[in-house]
Design a binder for this molecule. Structure first.
Ligand SMILES: [Fe+2]
Length: 239
């Protein structure tokens, strides 16, 4: 499986506190069947350079290799809706997919317009965990307007399992039933809270939309993000 949303990098945001915690999370993920994790730290005031994220990814990848933990880490970011910088600098891997985080309380009035503008720039917007947005969790059909603008949807695994509350779970299942979900990811923050696990949520999703469709949320669809990355990396290796 491929996890497209994580805070596994050590000491860069509110995710893993240190390298030891990152390695424990990595081990949990591998044991759960995760082979690749896209590291998506929150872009904020002190973190506005992709090179810094890349350096942390490289460091963690080296530590994983030394610890013989078979997990690939890919550079990415979780970009807030009201980010003032260049969105295109913070895509997932080398793709044009952008993991966009809405405010927690509401859907901004200009959300559709913003997603349209990002698409015009060539960016494919993935909305991070809309089921955890208060307005969407109570009125999930609000999301339709954003989907019509071409946005894709990522659910958090613990929303599907019910660990984040009944309202969030209801919304997550509602979106699954209506085939409005494209990715299932952990959004892991530590080995104790929002854990790097997908299997439990995958099984529940499988009961709602069928095994094959559920598997696409953690395998085929995430692979579409990484394929150009892998291809370009391979080409560079041969040049
Ligand atoms: Fe996140």
């Amino acid at each position: 499986m491929i996890d497209i949303h994580s805070h596994i990098l050590p000491g860069i945001d509110d995710g893993a506190a240190d390298l030891t915690e990152s390695l424990v999370m990595a081990l949990m993920a591998v044991q759960d069947g995760i082979k690749t994790i896209i590291a998506t730290p929150h872009i904020s005031g002190h973190l506005t350079h992709r090179a810094l994220i890349q350096a942390k990814v490289d460091e963690l990848q080296t530590s994983l290799k030394n610890a013989a933990i078979p997990l690939e880490i890919v550079v990415g970011a979780e970009v807030p809706f009201h980010f003032n910088g260049t969105f295109g600098d913070f895509t997932l891997g080398r793709s044009s997919f952008l993991l966009l985080e809405l405010p927690h309380t509401h859907v901004p009035a200009n959300a559709s317009q913003k997603i349209h503008e990002l698409h015009v720039l060539g960016l494919k917007v993935i909305i991070a965990h809309p089921e955890r947005n208060s307005e969407i969790s109570q009125h999930p059909d609000i999301l339709d307007e954003l989907l019509e603008c071409g946005a894709l949807v990522q659910l958090t695994a613990e929303s599907v399992t019910g660990d984040l509350g009944i309202q969030t779970q209801y919304c997550a299942h509602y979106l699954l039933r209506r085939k409005k979900v494209h990715f299932l990811a952990t959004d892991c923050h530590s080995s104790l809270q929002r854990k790097p696990l997908l299997q439990k949520a995958l099984k529940i999703a499988g009961k709602i939309i069928g095994k094959k469709q559920a598997s696409a949320l953690v395998e085929e669809n995430p692979r579409l993000i990484l394929e150009p990355y892998g291809r370009e990396a391979a080409e560079e290796g041969h040049s």
